[in-house]
Design a protein around this ligand. Structure first.
Ligand code: BV8
Ligand code: ZN
Length: 246
């Protein structure tokens, strides 16, 4: 594991670090990814087909039920040693910026102070009509794949939707700007557990490399980001990351 030692040296010597994470970061906590463990509902429905405004319009109960099942799962799981290693990196290098594509709160639970959520969160529902923030529902979550009618907005009666960014929706401007800014300024960018296929998020490691950062990738499979990574550490978040920070 010479690479891990050299990557750990590059990381330890970095002034500004960006940690960029995808679904693989939460896999060892028991949260299925989009492309690997296509379990249950995701066998019958392509996650991409469900994560769209069209799907919510066509079948709000199916989409709301799917997200409420995912939220109930996110509430039951715990951060894994990979999330803890990311929080340790932040403690060691105060100028660390964590950017995540994930909609769970496992980085926060592990102690990351203010991760940038490029694709929103399961915990910030809002009205699909007037955009007013809504309280997360107290209704019992459905089992995987069951329909559940979304609650209605107290203010305008519109349907409540998950606070995530769907395919075809623009990313929130502020988080995206902050993420790109951090990518242009960092010395090292760690990309962990992302297939690097969804844009514009997938551009973040590419921007960092273009601005001279050393990119370290942690992933069990090759991805398009192999091309910009100076270190490609083959392995999982919960096993490789603690070795990077020990
Ligand atoms: C937009 C929230 C425009 C919802 C998600 C070019 C430029 C801009 C846009 C596009 C473009 N080309 C195409 C587009 C459209 C589209 C897109 O990128 N499509 C792809 C499929 C080609 N992009 C969009 O629609 C974006 N919006 O561009 O809007 C616009 C502009 C102005 C005005 C109006 C519109 C919005 C995209 C956001 C979609 N929302 N999530 C939800 O969660 O339900 S995306 C979702 O999928 C995730 O957030 C993540 O981003 C993506 C999945 O990727 P990963 O996180 O990488 O996960 P994945 O399962 O794919 O891979 C897991 C990896 O982990 C694997 O490599 C695996 O090997 C590894 N792994 C497994 N186990 C482990 C592990 N690694 C480590 N440890 C382990 N244990
Ligand atoms: Zn409303």
């Amino acid at each position: 594991m010479v690479d891990v030692r050299d990557a750990a040296k590059a990381l330890a010597g970095a002034g500004r670090v960006v940690v960029f994470t995808g679904a693989g970061m939460s896999a060892e906590s028991g949260v299925p990814t989009f492309r690997d463990a296509l379990t249950g509902l995701w066998e019958r429905f392509d996650a991409q087909a469900l994560a769209t405004p069209q799907a919510f319009e066509d079948d709000p109960d199916l989409v709301w039920g799917w997200y409420e099942w995912r939220r109930s799962l996110a509430l039951r799981v715990a951060p894994n040693p990979g999330h803890e290693a990311v929080a340790a990196i932040e403690a060691h290098a105060p100028h660390t910026v964590v950017i995540t594509q994930n909609v769970d709160d496992l980085h926060e639970q592990a102690g990351s102070t203010a991760p940038i959520h490029l694709h929103g969160s399961l915990f910030t529902p809002r009205c699909a009509t007037c955009s007013r923030p809504a309280e997360p529902s107290r209704e019992a979550a459905p089992e995987e794949g069951r329909r559940l009618a979304p609650p209605r907005c107290e203010h305008c009666g519109g349907p409540i939707r998950p606070g995530v960014v769907w395919f075809g929706e623009a990313l929130p401007a502020e988080p995206l700007e902050a993420a790109v800014q951090a990518a242009t300024e960092c010395d090292v960018l760690l990309t962990i557990g992302t297939s690097g296929l969804v844009y514009p998020a997938a551009d973040i490691p590419v921007v960092a490399a273009k601005f001279g950062a050393t990119v370290i990738q942690v992933n069990p499979q090759p991805t398009p980001l192999d091309a910009v990574a100076a270190f490609n550490l083959t392995g999982t978040a919960a096993t490789v990351l603690p070795a990077l920070v020990s």
